[in-house]
Design a protein around this ligand. Structure first.
Ligand SMILES: [Fe+2]
Length: 165
């Protein structure tokens, strides 16, 4: 069965509660992931679920470990995503793949699938503005070339960050 996007989004919102920043972030990443899927292909269900749930472990990481550091999120996220996706009756093989992406989404190269690369790039498209100085366009161009994993991700990053000025 295919859980629909709205259901997954509602489950994510319920989990994040009043943390509007996280909800907005998940929505933006999912939107970019869908755009990259249009250009690159991959498995739509896996990509959308990974976009919606990629940071789902952040509150549990803070609660259990007192830290939202990437590796705690990667540790706490998959069981939460799995429980929700099982409840929504997603295919087990696809759940495994989503959880694998969630478990490694700060560390590119370990899971090297198209679906992973799309989620990674979508997250990076949102995070780039926060993580690097976007005023130095030459430097930004080199960073985009280095960090993005898909052609469509690089193209969209350049469009968003280099052509806006
Ligand atoms: Fe994220």
């Amino acid at each position: 069965m295919i859980p629909d996007k709205e259901q997954m989004f509602e489950e994510m919102q319920a989990c994040f509660g009043d943390d509007r920043r996280r909800i907005k972030h998940a929505g933006s990443v999912t939107g970019y992931a869908e755009q990259l899927y249009e250009a690159e292909g991959g498995n739509y269900q896996v990509i959308v679920a990974a976009g919606i749930f990629h940071d789902i472990g952040v509150h549990e990481a803070e609660r259990k470990h007192g830290s939202s550091a990437g590796h705690y999120q990667e540790l706490e996220g998959p069981p939460i995503a799995r429980a929700i996706l099982e409840k929504l009756k997603m295919n087990k093989v696809l759940i495994d793949e989503v959880c694998d992406i969630v478990a490694h989404h700060h560390r590119p190269g370990i899971v090297d699938t198209l679906n992973f690369r799309i989620l990674y790039d979508a997250d990076m498209l949102v995070n780039l503005a926060e993580e690097v100085n976007t005023n130095d366009l030459g430097k930004l161009d080199r960073i985009i070339e280095r960090v993005f994993l898909t052609i469509a991700g690089k193209q969209l990053a350049k469009k968003l960050y280099l052509e806006k000025q």
